[in-house]
Design a protein around this ligand. Structure first.
Ligand SMILES: Cc1ncc(COP(=O)(O)O)c(C=O)c1O
Length: 447
């Protein structure tokens, strides 16, 4: 993979259909349940029923994950924003009610032991670990992604400098989600390093003998581009440096293979494709080989070898527990644990196959329905370079997304001109995808 601009491999959407007639007859929209109106009928979009409608029905009928949708609270709204905030799993409200009423309400402080609260970060970490290819004992859940980026980057610099004090550079993916960049800059100042932004695809050629650590997003949050984790990790290791991967947009959407590819450290959030809820705790992966050397810049009492010894001197615990800091947010953490139950009988390979089928199908529908030249895909056409979202560049993206939301198709808008549509294979269906493209085409035509 090269560091070529994100647009270079994007899909050209030329629009193959003639523009629909201006005077398409209007019909009343079907009743919806949310505040937003559901999508327009086919006639209102100005597009006749197409072969793609039949194909969507065939794809839905063959979808092995189809029944999983029932595990979520959803309505008529076509929800394509699970790459920002996943939908609510049905298992969560009753579990939270039980935690509040019994574990907190009745057992109170006994729950730290008897309800397994104290060990929840490691226990839930193992569940997340299964989804990102980490064997048990290497993932700990807690804090935000931002805080975990800080722990991981500083600890990585410390480990790299143990190998050689001359390692005084931090490479950061130049298109990174901003929080990673801000924190990497602060980490650089604290550790006497300089920060060098480079395109994620250029990390393998930019890494060198002065590099301490490279911090890279697995999937670009704007374009949906999937970066080469195995190749980049190998190149960083060949230069004697460490790599920290931000998995926010890949965990729960595609296989990551942390152990298989020898990743050093990784972080990610759980409120997107893992559906843990707003502000759900993030996670930190510390590869087993690095655990003895992991020197946390936030050595709180929860990561102490003997937290209740209340010693004045800090002695780190063994294992991934070293990544803990202070008292975990138990309510959010146990909501996440309940949310992760939907994964018990799902393989990430099936999720990936459906994710690619969904994004392929959406791109085809947009190509077929949208007026020529109104949108341009920023998302790579190659499956090996695509996450689980489609980003469309559109001059009036803000207005277009506001209108889509009003008509019951929820994606999001990234300034200045990007429409983002996230596809969550556990609950998104092909008919919804076709419908979303149809409504988008109508809005683009009107705009
Ligand atoms: C790639 C990426 N990294 C980091 C974050 C920020 O995470 P947090 O706000 O949980 O610290 C986000 C949030 O969307 C993200 O997409």
């Amino acid at each position: 993979m090269t560091g070529a601009g994100a647009e270079s491999a994007g899909v050209e959407l030329t629009g193959t259909r003639p523009a629909p007639a201006e005077s398409a007859p209007a019909e009343s929209a079907p009743a919806g349940t949310g505040a937003a109106e559901p999508g327009l009928t086919e006639d209102e979009t100005g597009l006749p029923p197409a072969a793609l409608t039949d194909e969507a029905a065939r794809l839905d009928a063959a979808d092995r994950l189809r029944a999983k949708r029932d595990a979520f609270t959803l309505d008529d709204v076509i929800y394509l924003d699970g790459n920002s905030l996943g939908a609510l799993p049905r298992a969560v409200p009753p579990r939270l009610a039980e935690v509040v009423a019994r574990e907190w309400g009745q057992l109170r402080i006994r729950s730290w032991e008897e309800s397994g609260w104290w060990t929840a970060p490691e226990r839930i970490g193992d569940r997340v670990g299964r989804l990102v290819g980490a064997a048990p004992g290497q993932v700990v859940v807690g804090d935000s992604t931002s805080v975990n980026v800080f722990k991981a980057v500083v600890a990585a610099v410390r480990m790299a400098q143990e190998r050689g004090a001359h390692r005084d550079q931090i490479l950061v993916d130049e298109a990174t989600f901003p929080t990673d960049g801000y924190i990497a800059e602060s980490a650089a100042r604290m550790t006497g390093c300089t920060l060098r932004p480079v395109a994620a695809g250029d990390v393998p050629s930019a890494v060198g003998s002065r590099t301490a650590v490279a911090l890279v997003n697995h999937v670009d949050y704007r374009t949906g581009r999937l970066h080469d984790l195995p190749g980049t990790t190998a190149a960083v290791h060949a230069a004697g440096a460490l790599v920290v991967w931000d998995l926010c947009h890949s965990a729960g959407a595609l296989p990551v293979g942390l152990d298989a590819h020898g990743v050093d450290l990784a972080v990610g959030c759980t409120y997107k494709y893992l559906n843990g809820g707003p502000g759900a705790p993030a996670y930190l992966y510390v590869a087993r080989a690095h655990q003895p050397g992991f020197d946390s810049p936030l050595p709180g009492w929860n990561s102490h070898a003997d937290p209740f010894g209340m010693a004045s001197a800090y002695t780190p615990a063994d294992g991934a527990v070293r990544g803990r800091v202070g008292t975990p947010d138990i309510l959010s953490m146990l909501a996440l644990e309940a949310a992760l139950e939907v994964w018990d009988d799902v393989t990430i390979e099936d999720v990936r196959a459906k994710s690619l089928a969904l994004t392929d199908f959406f791109l085809r529908c947009v190509e077929d329905y949208a007026p020529a030249g109104r949108v341009r895909s920023l998302t790579p056409a190659a499956h090996t370079e695509r996450g689980s979202q489609v980003a469309l560049r559109c001059a009036d993206a803000g207005e277009v997304m506001a209108e889509l939301v009003r008509r019951g198709v929820v994606g999001d808008f990234r300034r200045p001109d990007v429409l983002r549509f996230g596809f969550t294979p556990l609950y998104t269906g092909f008919a919804e995808v076709e419908r979303a493209a149809r409504v988008l085409a109508a809005v683009l035509k009107e705009g």
